[in-house]
Design a protein around this ligand. Structure first.
Ligand SMILES: [Zn+2]
Length: 196
């Protein structure tokens, strides 16, 4: 499993391509990811979204139409694609598969598992595959996702932070900024959880 990434759009949102033997899994394709994905992918298998914010889903539809693959999104964030409540998408769209906490999807022989960590958004999730966690906007290196947006919830964010501290170590690939590890973030995450 090889992971390549590039950041896109005004917020420098990381899009990840997980290269497997049979093809590629695309995670969080933001504004401009379409051209890059077309260049680096030979046989895309699916698009997985950590949450519904526009900067993470902006190019989903273009990639889906090009490659005829499915868009997976946490069920509680699907409304952000369907209704575009912030008015920031190129077009509203219907995700194909609504996922729930602990839903597992096998792609190219690898199991991708969604874990629900509400707070940043109602459906905010991380996606694990083997020893790797794609953390979206839930946790970053030395920081956490904002919980003061419309549809955010600080109380749920606090709960989610305590929940992730129970997880084993993972290499973390966040939605913004540099990779890190869960072990190296435990003290910072504990401080954040106590502060909310
Ligand atoms: Zn976000």
């Amino acid at each position: 499993m090889q992971i390549i990434s590039r950041s896109f759009g005004i917020y420098g949102t990381n899009c990840y391509v997980v290269v497997l033997d049979d093809g590629e899994v695309i995670i969080d394709p933001g504004d401009g990811a379409y051209e890059w994905v077309k260049r680096v992918c030979k046989n895309p298998l699916a698009i997985l979204c950590t949450h519904g914010h526009f900067d993470h889903v902006y190019d989903c539809l273009a990639i889906k139409d090009e490659f005829k693959i499915k868009i997976y999104i946490p069920k509680d964030d699907a409304f952000m694609c369907q209704n575009d409540p912030f008015g920031l998408l190129k077009a509203k769209f219907e995700p194909d598969i609504m996922v729930d906490d602990k839903d597992e999807i096998e792609l190219g022989g690898v199991k991708f598992c969604f874990h629900h960590f509400a707070g940043h958004t109602p459906g905010c999730s991380v996606i694990t595959a083997g020893e790797v966690m794609f953390s979206g906007d839930f946790i970053f290196k030395d920081s956490i996702g904002r919980y003061d947006f419309p549809f955010s919830d600080g109380k749920l964010m606090k709960k989610s932070l305590y929940k992730v501290l129970e997880f084993k170590n993972y290499k973390i690939y966040p939605g913004h900024g540099e990779p890190t590890t869960l072990d190296s973030q435990r003290s910072s995450l504990t401080r954040w959880a106590q502060a909310i």
